[in-house]
Design a protein around this ligand. Structure first.
Ligand SMILES: *Cc1c(COP(=O)(O)O)cnc(C)c1O
Length: 379
């Protein structure tokens, strides 16, 4: 039997104008890091986010790395970080030979629990180790509890880096995510809500900090006619070709968000009456999620089947779905670091599934997914 057409979890979705900007770069021979597309992409992001300054970089990971360097995080320092995330949030802490301190989730948004965060900060201060930074993640596009988190961060005077890699276009109380902390980071990797094939950005309202980021991202060249360096630099700047894709993608971002939210609503409506399936939802109207990925929790007691069963059934039909992120404190490479946990992220990992959510999915694709899911219910 011929295999059914593959349904991906979240695949690239070009808008049409990307090639125009790439062709411009070819026609003018701006095949380089920097150039008009990089400036244009940074301006587009600045306007969209209503933020002071943006540096386009090679990845979200490099953006987190530069943010940590600019905050002076180094060997022996501790950084508070969400445990329920992708490893890219944590790796740059270790690049700096600093120590990640993992903080578990709360049940409303699945993001960093403010209460655990404050307890952890107090405990570290009591050990004489005041955290150097907090990295809060907005997972699956859902805003973390930013009022509480910023209040705590300000109270203890600890700078915040927002990992908004999955949350471009999401907002809290009308303010775009990534603009609350000292720094915000974005990713334009292939599976994100818009993509440049690979890329990222560092954002801040601190003009000098972003200027420093650009300096470090281009090998830390001093102002001299020859090559002179007083600091260690990095090759982290976005290229003018890649930024052309970004400019095209920015034109369709509102449409992409609209479609991801619509997909979330379709899943919700069709699975609504089934007991044992719950969705990650906006807690109230302060929270606006781009619903990058629609995620569900399956309670086997009520459904009669577990997460892995559904995932395998979808896989048999050539449909890609995936368990929720495995918490960082459970990862072999990070197991030895301190953690402040409840049971929430471990439970989410055990029972949660990411459903195909790409903005290029058609309603007929969603019907295929939902039909398989509904068929598993025996009643
Ligand atoms: C994708 C992602 C990143 C990393 O971005 P890259 O551009 O792939 O380096 C960081 N954090 C989270 C939560 C992500 O999903």
């Amino acid at each position: 039997m011929k295999k059914k057409e593959k349904i991906w979890l979240s695949s690239p979705h070009m808008g049409g104008k990307e090639l125009v900007y790439i062709n411009e770069a070819f026609d003018s021979n701006w095949i380089a890091p920097l150039g008009p597309n990089v400036n244009g992409f940074e301006d587009d992001l600045k306007k969209y986010l209503n933020v002071g300054h943006v540096a386009a970089l090679t990845s979200g990971t490099s953006a987190i790395h530069l943010a940590l360097i600019l905050l002076g995080v180094e060997q022996g320092d501790e950084v508070m970080v969400s445990t329920f995330t992708f490893s890219a949030t944590v790796n740059p802490i270790v690049y700096q030979k600093a120590t990640p301190i993992f903080i578990d989730s709360e049940k409303d948004t699945w993001n960093m629990d403010p209460e655990l965060l404050e307890n952890a900060i107090k405990a570290r201060i009591n050990k004489g180790r005041k955290p150097k930074a907090i990295i809060v993640v907005h997972l699956y596009g859902m805003p973390a509890k930013m009022d509480e988190i910023m209040t705590i961060a300000n109270k203890y005077e600890i700078p915040v880096i927002e990992d908004a890699a999955e949350a471009l276009g999401s907002s809290f109380k009308g303010q775009k995510l990534g603009t609350f902390g000292k720094f915000g980071i974005l990713s334009f990797n292939g599976n994100k809500i818009i993509t440049t094939s690979g890329g990222g950005a560092l954002i801040s309202n601190d003009k000098e900090a972003i200027a420093d980021a650009r300096f470090l991202a281009t090998q830390a060249r001093d102002d001299a006619p020859h090559y002179q360096h007083s600091e260690i630099g990095y090759n982290y700047r976005m290229s003018n070709i890649i930024a052309g894709i970004g400019r095209g993608q920015m034109q369709v971002l509102p449409k992409r968000i609209q479609r991801r939210r619509e997909i979330n609503k379709i899943y919700r409506n069709l699975l609504l009456e089934k007991k044992g399936i719950t969705f990650l939802s906006e807690p109230n109207s302060d929270y606006y999620s781009n619903f990058w990925i629609t995620t569900i929790i399956i309670d086997k007691e009520q459904t009669g089947f577990d997460r892995e069963y559904l995932r395998n059934e979808l896989d048999k039909d050539n449909i890609e779905s995936r368990p929720l992120w495995k918490p960082m404190h459970l990862q072999p490479v990070f197991k030895r670091y301190p953690k402040y946990i409840n049971e929430i992220s471990e439970n989410l990992f055990k029972k949660g599934l990411c459903l195909p959510s790409g903005s290029n999915l058609k309603n007929i694709d969603l019907e295929r997914i939902i039909k398989i899911t509904l068929n598993l219910f025996k009643f």
